[in-house]
Design a protein around this ligand. Sequence first.
Ligand code: UDP
Ligand code: MG
Length: 312
Amino acid sequence: MKKKITILLPAYNEEACFDFLRECMDQVLKDNPAYEWEFLFVNDGSTDGTLDKMMALYHADPQHWSYIDLSRNYGKEVAMMAGFDYAKGDAVIIMDADMQHPVSAIPEMLKWWEEGYDDVFAQRRSSRESWLKKKTSQWYYSMLQNLTRVPIQKNTGDFRLLDRTCIEALRKMRESERNTKGLYSWIGFKKKGIYYDQLERQQGTSKWKFFQLVNLAINGMTSYTVAPLRIAMYMGIGVSFVAFVYLLYILIKTLLYGDPVAGYPTLMVTILFLGGVQLLTIGVLGEYLGRIFNETKNRPGYFVRRYNDAKV
Ligand code: UDP
Ligand code: MG
């Protein structure tokens, strides 16, 4: 029996990309006849014609195409979780619906998978992103890596092949504030990196706004490590130590030379500095508290309106 491979395609307002996407999937079928293929869409609450396009493909060829229609826009991370729950393949390949990930990398992924690797992740060789976006992501990764023991794969997105064992592992991680990149690293298993050239987005626009990226970065860090709490503590220790030394200095100075009542600038600087440190550390605490709040609600990660025309 042929092994089944699922290509998981989360899509949010990607109506414009469907012709190209279809071409790409036809290419996959042609290039890899040794496998059975399932192309699984997750419609992440699109407001354009994305769902209609998905349904059209499903109706034309239900053997290969499937779709999950989520009840609203949950974000790509949750859309992928839904995909993991519904994927039927022995392995799952995650790809962006805008087809920035080249299907030409798939045969190589399959080759490594057959050799026993569980997680074949694709690393961007040349990214066409702006210099600033590239640099910031570089800094972010090295900072993150310094904060944790779990090895992090650089220049890696969600474009990867995951064996069924990895999918089952990921399905057990139901946290609501998801940082899937961190989860791939956390679950471990045998990993293999391959290289690919990221393609330019063909149609439509990128769904990431600047602040979303900042939020993603903060989420990534706080869901991955408690190091910021530790840093807050070190800051507290450092500031207390300096304050203590300064206290001794003032005490001795006052005892020896009396107190001429000066030092307004020193006072202001100290108060402002301490106020800043306190607010920052409260912010860090709040970040984790918020996470606990969201997790303890224990809500299901998403709701599905339809799976292949059937109500769920
Ligand atoms: N996406 C999604 N839900 C969202 C935002 C994006 O499912 O809320 C999908 C989107 O349709 C695409 C993939 O995630 O298939 C990557 O998004 P995008 O291309 O906008 O990101 P970029 O490539 O610019 O990082
Ligand atoms: Mg894209």
